[in-house]
Design a protein around this ligand. Structure first.
Ligand SMILES: *[C@@H]1O[C@H](CO)[C@@H](O)[C@H](O)[C@H]1NC(C)=O
Ligand SMILES: *[C@@H]1O[C@H](CO)[C@@H](O)[C@H](O)[C@H]1NC(C)=O
Ligand SMILES: *[C@@H]1O[C@H](CO)[C@@H](O)[C@H](O)[C@H]1NC(C)=O
Ligand SMILES: *[C@@H]1O[C@H](CO)[C@@H](O)[C@H](O)[C@H]1NC(C)=O
Length: 582
């Protein structure tokens, strides 16, 4: 997950599993990825059915409009062909863990200052680990490299194409990234095991190191799954549709060189725009909402825009100042924005509603108010529910609204000179129910009265098309002007949301059925949607399929993964490939 966009997941759906709590020294800052296969971000194209987000009643127990959280049956791949329990033996687990450990030892780190290095300077030593990583994969997964076509994209990213029997069938894309975030030198001594040692703790079944969760385990896990499939069939296994394994190299610094180039390749060179059936990427983990064990699949992502607010006024000497300087006007504008926050909403489009619905439908002790609200969404329940959820904590509140944060301000140079230009950068994470245009409109509505009151002109650049002026207000006697524009280039619309429970989408059903098959224990896991507050590499893939989603994770000290979970993850990818083919 990209650091720039990271915020923590809502507490309710981001719980460290009990077993881990027992195993771990509680003092340590450690976050477990229970199983990264639950950590999925999907992007599903509804196959064969239209998406029905609202309106039609699709069954279910409680009379919802459209959505429900009924679970599809466990989807077991055709067992006459291959047998999971033979494949995933203890010997296999030991070998897979060793390979993951080796992968962690190769320091494929993305630093913020690397954005401009690629691909201008292919020999830059910072990228040598990426080339070593490619060579390592080639050695570790010989069957993959014999039967799939590997294409190096933009020097350090990898795209594997696996030719299916039926080239018209909707392809499956499995995404992950090979870069990891740096380890801060000053935190090195806080790690239990060296972050790049890939230490295997056999006794507790844990594997430690940077990238163990985010997301070398996904890269290696996907390759292990394919290698195992090919190994068990003497290389004869052929999927039904084409399958692509897409591993970007700069996700942690926004993926502009990696994922973006891979997506372009898939879209323009392979002609897959709008044709991909299912895209799976990193996502949120298992969570527990009271008695409901929830595997949350990210089906939505908030949008993003940094707005610069510049106030220009006449200069002059501070001994004869006007009532407000540019800094004073900036303060008035920021105060106006902060005192009129964006509305809290909870439309059918918001995956959080799906997660809450799953809780209301499956918990034996569901909060009666939430149950009532879910059943009466369009009869007064929706706003009350939104308000109640927003009260829970800031993380949940952030998922239900567009957030704004004035983060950078600059202006003024000398104590005896009036500042002629003052610029504030305000970061926005746009609600799934809103848009770049909606954010622009809100800012206009708040700032126009300020402009009128103080005789300032107001110009707003169009957020979704920075070439154009979106709004202009001017008066001849103006004492200055306010300009608002997207900073650092263009913003990002909220992701179109992916189908989830009740949408009758083949993508969702295959995914959910596979999760049940691999992860249901004595108790059934509930699979439901959730939202990713930040943005992952999937943003570059929106053109390929109809909809996207979500993630969690681990940029801190003491990153590790449970080896057992890792093996489950491999099995998940393995079975997903087979189920998708069947
Ligand atoms: C399962 O595999 C068997 C043997 O390869 C084959 O005959 C059968 O058609 C398969 N069934 C499905 C649903 O793919
Ligand atoms: C899978 O293999 C194991 C071990 O050989 C065997 O016990 C089990 O019955 C097999 N399962 C199926 C579904 O064939
Ligand atoms: C980039 O940043 C890293 C970490 O701060 C530093 O070690 C490296 O020298 C920097 N590289 C360049 C080219 O500035
Ligand atoms: C404000 O807008 C008016 C009308 O477009 C223009 O005449 C005036 O020069 C502007 N003043 C400033 C300070 O930008």
């Amino acid at each position: 997950m990209n650091k720039k966009h990271e915020i923590l997941l809502p507490r309710a759906i981001h719980a460290v599993p009990e077993t881990d709590k027992r195993k771990l020294n509680k003092q340590k800052v450690a976050i477990a990825l229970l199983a990264l296969s639950a950590a999925i971000f999907v992007w599903i194209r509804p196959v064969a059915y239209g998406v029905q987000k609202t309106g039609t009643f699709l069954g279910g127990t409680t009379g919802f409009t459209g959505y429900h959280c009924n679970q599809v049956p466990s989807l077991v791949p055709n067992s006459s062909r291959l047998n999971d329990s033979q494949l995933f033996s203890p010997k296999f687990a030991a070998t897979a863990a060793k390979r993951l450990s080796q992968a962690i030892q190769i320091q494929t780190v993305s630093f913020d200052n690397m954005t401009d290095l690629v691909p201008a300077n292919p020999d830059a030593s910072v990228h040598l680990p990426f080339l070593r990583f490619h060579a390592f994969l080639e050695n570790a997964f010989p069957l993959v490299h014999r039967h799939l076509f590997r294409r190096v994209i933009n020097k350090y990213s990898l795209l594997y194409s696996w030719q299916g029997v039926n080239s018209d069938a909707a392809p499956l894309v499995l995404m992950a990234h090979i870069d990891v975030v740096p380890v801060l030198p000053e935190t090195l001594n806080q790690w239990t095991h060296d972050p790049f040692s890939g230490f295997i703790d056999k006794e507790n079944g844990l594997l430690w190191g940077r990238g163990a969760g985010d997301t070398k385990a996904t890269v290696l896990g996907t390759l292990e799954a394919v290698e195992a499939l090919l190994g068990a069939t003497d290389g004869k296994y052929v999927p039904n549709s084409n399958i692509y394994l897409a591993f970007g190299h700069d996700e942690e610094i926004s993926g502009y060189q990696g994922a973006k180039s891979i997506a372009k390749y898939l879209q323009y060179n392979l002609g897959l725009a709008g044709k991909v059936g299912l895209i799976v990427d990193e996502g949120p983990a298992f969570g527990q909402i009271e008695d409901v064990r929830l595997a949350t699949v990210g089906t939505g992502e908030k949008g993003y825009v940094d707005a610069s607010l510049t106030i220009e006024t006449k200069g002059g000497h501070s001994s004869v100042p006007p009532k407000h300087t540019g800094i004073g006007y900036s303060a008035l504008a920021i105060a106006a924005l902060e005192s009129q926050p964006y509305p809290t909403t909870l439309s059918d489009n918001n995956p959080v509603l799906g997660a809450v619905r799953c809780y209301a439908q499956h918990s034996k002790k569901a909060d009666p108010f939430i149950k009532w609200a879910i059943e009466n969404l369009n009869h007064g329940g929706r706003q009350l529910l939104a308000a109640k959820l927003a009260e829970r904590d800031v993380f949940m509140a952030a998922l239900l609204t567009t957030t704004q944060a004035a983060d950078i301000i600059s202006g003024g140079l000398k104590v005896n000179a009036l500042p002629e230009k003052v610029t504030t950068i305000i970061n926005h994470r746009i609600a799934v129910d809103s848009s770049l245009a909606g954010t622009q409109e809100h800012i206009k509505n708040v700032l126009l009265p300020v402009a009128i009151l103080h005789k300032l002109n107001l110009t707003i650049t169009q957020f979704d098309d920075p070439e154009k002026i979106g709004f202009e207000y001017g008066i001849t006697e103006a004492v200055g002007k306010i300009s608002v524009a997207p900073a650092f280039g263009q913003g990002l619309e909220p992701a179109p949301s992916s189908p989830a429970n009740g949408d009758e989408s083949r993508g969702w059903d295959v995914l959910e059925g596979t999760i049940h098959h691999v992860f249901d224990g004595k108790e059934q896991i509930i699979v439901g949607p959730n939202m990713m507050p930040g943005n992952t590499d999937t943003r570059h893939y929106w053109g390929l399929s109809k909809t996207p989603t979500n993630g969690n994770n681990v940029h801190t000290v003491d990153e590790y993964i449970e080896i057992g979970s890792y093996i489950k993850a491999i099995q998940f990818y393995h079975d997903l490939i087979r189920n998708w083919s069947e």
